[in-house]
Every structure is written in C-alpha cells, then in structure tokens.
Design a protein around this ligand. Structure first.
Ligand code: SF4
Length: 355
C-alpha cells in the first residue's frame, strides 16, 4: 500500500511531532469524539465550486446565481445546518457583487483531485520507497485551476476567514505551492505560473460596491469559450499574442481587496514549485520507520485539540484514560458524488446531470 502524505500530515509533523503522533492516520489516527468540521465554511466552498464551474462560466448571472444558492443549501442540509442558509446566501451574494469586479481569469477545473508520486531525491526519475517498501504519494484537491487573459495557469485557493491573513503567511503557503507541484506531476508539460489566494471574510458588514462603479455583466473579463471557441481545456493552446502580453507581468505579489474578498496573486518561481518533491521526500523519510516523538510547546498549543493528553504525558501521568474518554478514530470517508470529480464535459454549456 502507498504511504500517503497529505498537507495536514506535513503541517502537523513540522509543527509538533507529539500532535502528529496522535492525529496521523499512520500513527494513532485520533480526533476529538464527535468532531465535525464547521458547516458554513464547507458549504461556502461547495457553493464557490458551482460559482466557478467552467461549463457555466459564460452563462448569464441570473441563471447561475440560483445554482450557487442551491449548492449552498444542499451542502448545509447535508451537515444538518439548514438554519445557516440565510447567512451563507447573503455572503455569497455580496461575494458575487465584488468578485465580478476582480475576477480576471477563467476557470478550467474545480475541485480537481491530483495524486503525485514523490520522487527519490537520489534518483529523481524514480519514486521514493520508504522502509517497508511502500511508494510515497502526495494527494491533494485544488479548488480552482484557472487561466488568465495571457493563457497562464494559476492554482486558486479559497479560504473562508474571519480576518485577512498576513501577506508573508500567503507567500509561505506550502499547501498551495505543493498543489502546483502535484498538478504539474499529474499533467506532464503543464506549467503553473503561481497561486491566487481568494480570501472570503465572513465577519463584518456585507457592503456592496458603490452604485455605478460596476459595469453591467455582459460577459466575464476572461471568457471560458476563448481562445478556441470550444471552451478552455487542459492543456490549452498557448496563443502567441497572449504570451507576448505577459512581458509586463513581473511583480511577485499583487493584492486587491474588494469588499468581503481579498485576492492575492503570487507568482511562483520554477525552483519554488519544482523543489516541493524533494521537500516532501525529506519529510517522508523522517516520518517513516521509527521517528522520535517529542512535544514542541509554543503558541500553537492554545489551539491544539490534544492539549489534555499532552499535559498528562508531560506530568508523567497515563494519557490513555483521557484519550479513551474523549477521542476516537474517524470513520472511513464515504465517497460522495461531488462537483469536479466526474465524467461530464467542462466545455461551454456543459452542466452536471443534477442541474
Ligand atoms: S499541546 Fe502543544 S506540545 Fe502538546 S501535542 Fe499539542 S501542540 Fe504539541
């Protein structure tokens, strides 16, 4: 069986090995009993997958926005949080009003799942094999793969936040850079220009753009049906004229705040993306076998779900009663049909069967 390293696994391992040892599916595989991810952020991301669905990107706003609401409702109903629909719909409508002023790309894929084989740094053309003979893979899901007016590809990450994040945090967002690398491993020949961090702030007023500041919604800034007329795809033809227009794109970071959303575009160097495989390989070597487990107390302990059993170990007590009473192993995930995973077309006018 392959040794799967996820973004969460990498974060926990480097933050605190004791926390990783509790939570990792390869170790104790524990989570707080009854844990459920917050419903609204999950539902908003599900709705944004419909908002950026490539097959309907060029459709009229009046047709697509009800579909976005429908996706929100379905997701909240599935989580037993139907009472949050009004709040979620208000956020999405406000998002839509601002996004139409800054969306300067066309989506090519949403919720795109990729799985990259981690290379052996000593022999990069071969996959890394760990102590028990397992290959190492890095799976991830990409919120949106987008292409801009100059035919460059960007990995877009939605983040539902209560406050804007510092720019340096976004620049050091390992998960999104790793997604660029994994995507390039899965689609040979594809080159990702960088990452777009799409923060949606769910606290504060839901002000709209001032009247008259937004032109009518005749079409999106970058249409999905260009450049071929048959819809953007993967890979797509890189137009010479579009490539020429790239010459002015030299800024590493560009940031625009528009109401409840903030868009940060970060151009990533070739080294930044291609070196991810070696980084994950080094981490995999340290995780596998018989790694030394020790705590790393710091500010992050304030948010650690394993604080109680960790404290018991630190005091020399037995953590097992606390673990048995308050933690459980998560049930295996049941695959559910979701947007972006399946076999329907992504071209202009294509829509999933449930629509
Ligand atoms: S409380 Fe702190 S030191 Fe203990 S497991 Fe959590 S993060 Fe690690």
């Amino acid at each position: 069986m392959d040794y799967r390293i996820t973004a969460d696994e990498r974060t926990r391992f480097k933050r605190c090995r004791r926390q990783w040892d509790f939570a990792s599916p390869h170790r104790r595989n524990l989570q707080p009993a009854g844990f459920a991810p917050p419903a609204l952020p999950t539902a908003l991301k599900d709705a944004l997958a419909v908002y950026y669905y490539p097959g309907t990107w060029d459709w009229q706003h009046e047709v697509t926005q009800p579909l976005v609401h429908k996706a929100l409702k379905r997701s909240l109903d599935d989580c037993g949080a139907a009472d949050q629909f009004e709040q979620g719909a208000a956020v999405l409508d406000c998002y839509d009003a601002w996004a139409s002023t800054v969306d300067d790309f066309a989506p090519v894929k949403v919720n795109c799942e990729v799985q990259a084989i981690v290379p052996d740094p000593a022999e990069p053309e071969r996959g890394l094999v760990v102590h028990d003979g397992s290959a190492v893979v890095y799976p991830c899901r990409i919120d949106v793969l987008a292409v801009d007016a100059t035919d460059e590809y960007w990995v877009v990450r939605h983040q539902i936040v209560e406050d804007w994040q510092e720019l340096h945090v976004l620049v050091r967002d390992e998960e999104t850079v790793a997604a660029c690398w994994a995507l390039e491993q899965d689609y040979l020949g594809l080159r990702i220009a960088g990452t777009i961090h799409n923060e949606v702030r769910v606290t504060g007023p839901l002000d709209r753009p001032p009247a008259g500041s937004v032109t009518t919604r005749v079409r999106k800034m970058v249409a999905q049906h260009e450049p071929s007329g048959g819809g953007r795809s993967l890979p797509q033809h890189q137009r010479v004229a579009a490539q020429t227009a790239r010459s002015g794109a030299v800024n590493r970071t560009e940031q625009r705040t528009a109401g409840i959303l903030r868009r940060t575009r970060i151009r990533r160097s070739r080294h930044e993306i291609t070196s991810v495989g070696a980084l994950i390989a080094a981490e995999a070597r340290e995780m596998t076998g018989w790694p030394t487990i020790y705590p790393t107390p710091a500010k992050h302990c304030l948010d650690c779900e394993f604080a109680a059993p960790c404290l018991a170990i630190t005091e020399g007590a037995d953590p097992e009663p606390v673990l048995a009473a308050n933690f459980e192993s998560p049930a295996p995930a049941t695959p559910k049909p979701r947007l972006g995973q399946s076999t329907w077309g992504f071209g202009r006018g294509a829509a999933p069967p449930r629509w």
